[in-house]
Ligand binder design. Sequence first.
Ligand code: TXA
Ligand code: MG
Length: 328
Amino acid sequence: MKLGLTTKTIAADGHASREAANCLADGGLVAFPTETVYGLGADATNAEAIARLYEAKGRPSFNPLIAHVSDLAAAKAIARFDEKSLRLAKTFWPGPLTLVLPKTDDCAICDLATAGLDTIAVRVPAHPIALDILRALGKPVVAPSANISGHVSPTTAAHVMADLNERIDMIVDGGPVSVGVESTIVGCFGEMTLLRPGGLPSAEIEAVLGEPLARLPEQIEADQSAPLAPGMLASHYAPRTPVRLNVRAVEAGEALLAFGPAEISGQGSDAMNLSQRGDLVEAAANLFSYLRTLDAKGARRIAVAPIPDTGLGEAINDRLRRAAVPQD
Ligand code: TXA
Ligand code: MG
């Protein structure tokens, strides 16, 4: 279903952030680049805009959104920090880290955006265009990844267009993003807990905290009826083609997503290498666009080579495991 809007793509020149901010102020839906993936923004204080955002994404309304702000001062207006969360914010913002914090008493974010929770997910993105838009609007912007719910996250403006043409008002094209996987999410209520591995390796967070992050028990992660971080829905980052992981030999009819210099036996013509030299940062940046490309080949299955679980490998393997869960 299309919503019949005219989706305008604008280049990220000097006027783009003003135009984008004006559109958001009018209740519009604007996709814009962050360092992790493209986000689909709406004014976080405008319930009608947020309702349209859920509709455009086809997103289950219980899945709350991340509020993007331009700096720590703006974050403090909506969320309560303690010593540890403040240390993380000061160390890693702007950057690919989202903190889930208790809301302030006068938090201006719509309940619809937080799905009625008394916590709020907040981040300061490290992208000049995102920051310019946030400063020009002067309000928090909620922004999930700019894809149809359940599809692969977009890392270029063309990916956004492929999913959301005629469903949103505007796309600011800032070229391909740098990180390529979504932000790392840390729950800062009770124990500091890794809710989603992402663009900031968890080891870097643990080094700053001086202690390990708590992890979600597997059964909570798998429980689709009452998700703690609802985006942890098991089947979420999904190409349409089935996915097989940790493959050492490609089978007939499979397309290969390789990693590193190692040869995989049976490798046919539909093969892409996330990083020939085995660099996890490069692999993260390529992950979603390569999944899209292989998905379009019409192969029986996408076979994925083993990827080390260190650094950004943790986020890459998390997304791949979700992609491998059968779709309904
Ligand atoms: O890198 C990113 O984080 C991108 C860019 C656009 O900033 N955004 C993104 O948003 O990935 P989204 O909506 O695709 O993922 C947000 C995740 C979801 O898993 C959601 O359930 C979780 O954050 N979340 C949001 N608010 C929460 C809360 N109060 N408690 C627990 N989880 C929350
Ligand atoms: Mg998403």
